[in-house]
Design a protein. Sequence first.
Length: 153
Amino acid sequence: MSPKKDTSRGFTDEERAAVKERAKELRAESGRGSRAKRNEADGESDVLAKIAAMAEPDRAMATRLHAIIKASAPALSPKTWYGMPAYAKDGNVVCFFQGAHKFKTRYATLGFSDKANLDEAAMWPTAFALKTLTAAEEARIVALVKKAASSRN
């Protein structure tokens, strides 16, 4: 099933909702000032609230990914990004989780921004489809997140 398209505006209802979420996040971030520790705690609670609001099986997958990312890349700070759980370094989103339900897709997505240190030659993947999390996927995610959060050489 594909998201409902409003051809007069060019965005789906879900895409418009995500943009509104991002505007709300930016307003909240600007109101928090420079208290970095408070922002980190607020980001964690915001991400946990977004995860708790997800439908299953997205909620279980997001919960596990949150634990994996926090354990394998403690330098990344949780925050929401377009209403999705995301993880940032120095305020810049490095990776994010998009549940399948959010945009009515057949799989969830673990995505990486251009701030992620995943460069390999001239071409590399920046998003991965997730149907389930097995030990093999978890091991690959740990390696990807560690690499993504590392400093550029």
